[in-house]
Design a protein around this ligand. Structure first.
Ligand SMILES: Nc1ncnc2c1ncn2[C@@H]1O[C@H](COP(=O)(O)OP(=O)(O)O)[C@@H](O)[C@H]1O
Ligand SMILES: [Mg+2]
Length: 460
């Protein structure tokens, strides 16, 4: 009754006595069975008892129930593992974010210069145009990868909008169907009257695309992907603020994931698809985007039973809740040549911005640090606009903005950043330009600054 069946088969009772006889003591922890048949963790000590002459006269056996201690140890071990895992993810996040940030700058320089080259190339040289297009495509693919890394590290610039999920998905099913091929069918199910969510529409589309491609990859022989959305009221849920959410699910009937894959699926660069096929950045992008938006990603999967990825996004505040004073300026703007001070500590980016601004017809004074920018602003006089990088050694872009506000309260500022995290405070209100940007993005940002300037002065 006392030993488990396995221990009995392994000959433990005899081994225990033999050890005690030879060494004087046998001690071990193991599973034992109580009289009522239940199992428990036991600490067993068997001492050999000898008489004065050293003759063995018997054994003393003490069995202690250590189930509680064992359970506490296991809980501790699990907590420790979870902690190590979350520290690991944080470290990977920092690393990924850092690498992505640097690559972003490099790609921006490459993309920007290629664009300008393309424009300056005499027309008619088709072969050169093709080569340039190819180079641009490569740079763009690189940029979309760094974008996913930044998303995972929750350091991408999100443009939060009010998004109608039903509309967004209906609008992209055709594209989805085309990019996934005819072997898979896309079905959509939406609850009626779903509230709108607060999200970055482009990023949300990308996330759905990533999830759908995973679903397709999991169904090599074809099948259907069901995309659905429903509303959820959250009261008490770890990782989600109480409130209303719209949950978007992408469900497939594919190969599914085992426990280990499921646990690691959202780790960046984790892929089971082999070199050149998977990047391992799809789910990390989805996870990062969702959490940065204030939502949560749920992954459910079992081998051979398919996978459901569900992302819950916060419902957008209704029109009444939004402060209506913040109406976007009218689009009518007079384009004029401006005197611009542009700051970036990275010479490649600085050169690129300079070239774009000149191409747009502006006069540019380039600085490589915030301090230098301040000197330029005061020495050149009549500056119309300051465009600054955020992450710079010494003084950051937002610190520069504060310094500028003190002496030149009316000077418009644009902060160019690949980071979502601007420090709390006045800097949050400054117009931002997400890196990497193209000439058109730059032109748009300047135009909207100009527009708000005119509308402000006409209100005065
Ligand atoms: N719908 C799915 N069905 C089965 N496995 C999946 C699914 N989605 C993701 N996975 C697993 O998670 C891994 C990581 O996914 P992801 O981050 O998108 O990278 P990638 O698709 O480049 O491999 C995949 O390699 C796969 O093993
Ligand atoms: Mg993928």
């Amino acid at each position: 009754m006392f030993y488990t069946e396995e221990d009995r088969k392994a000959g433990l009772p005899a081994i225990a006595l033999e050890t005690a006889r030879r060494d004087g003591r046998f001690e071990r922890e193991g599973l034992r069975i109580r009289k009522d048949g239940t199992k428990f963790w036991a600490n067993v000590v068997i001492d050999a008892i000898r008489d004065g002459e050293g003759e063995l006269i018997g054994f003393a056996k003490i069995t202690r129930d250590i189930t509680e201690r064992k359970r506490a140890e296991e809980t501790l071990e699990r907590t420790r593992e979870a902690l190590v895992q979350s520290q690991k993810m944080e470290a990977i996040g920092h690393l990924t974010g850092g690498v992505a940030h640097d690559f972003n700058n490099l790609l921006m320089a490459i993309q920007g210069s290629l664009e300008l080259l393309k424009r300056r190339l005499p027309s008619g040289d088709n072969q050169m145009q093709q080569l340039l297009d190819n180079a641009l495509k490569g740079a763009q693919r690189g940029a979309s990868l760094t974008q996913r890394m930044l998303a995972f590290a929750r350091r991408q610039e999100l443009k939060l909008q009010t998004v109608d999920v039903t509309e967004l998905i209906t609008g992209m099913t055709e594209l989805l169907q085309r990019s996934l091929g005819a072997a898979v069918q896309i079905e959509t199910h939406f609850s009626l009257g779903l509230p709108k969510v607060s999200a970055d529409a482009n990023q949300l589309e990308l996330a759905i695309l990533n999830l759908s491609m995973n679903a397709r990859d999991a169904m090599p022989d074809g099948g259907s992907i069901i995309i659905s959305a429903r509303e959820r009221n959250v009261q008490n849920e770890p990782g989600l603020k109480p409130g209303r959410y719209v949950c978007l699910a992408v469900k497939d009937t594919g190969i599914g994931m085992d426990e280990q894959t499921l646990r690691r699926a959202t780790e960046p660069f984790y892929t089971t698809k082999g070199v050149g096929k998977g990047t391992g950045l799809g789910l990390p992008m989805v996870l990062g985007m969702t959490e940065q938006t204030g939502g949560k990603l749920y992954l459910k999967s079992k081998p051979r039973e398919g996978t459901t990825a569900e992302l819950c996004l916060p419902v957008a505040p209704t029109a009444e809740e939004v402060d209506k004073t913040d109406i976007t300026p009218s689009a009518v703007t007079v384009r004029r040549a401006l005197r611009i001070v542009s700051v970036d500590d990275d010479p490649l980016v600085a050169f690129n911005t300079l070239a774009m601004l000149q191409e747009l017809g502006h006069t540019v004074f380039s600085a490589s640090s915030a301090a230098q920018a301040l000197t330029l602003i005061s020495e050149m006089g009549d500056i119309d606009l300051l465009i600054t990088d955020q992450a710079m050694p010494g003084m950051t872009g937002s610190e520069l903005a504060e310094a500028v506000r003190r002496d030149w309260a009316d000077l418009p500022i644009i902060i160019a950043t690949g980071y979502a995290e601007l420090p709390e405070g006045p800097a949050q209100a400054i117009p931002r330009l997400a890196k990497p940007f193209f000439e058109q993005d730059l032109a748009d940002a300047i135009a909207s600054i100009e527009a708000s300037q005119t509308s402000r002065s006409s209100r005065r």
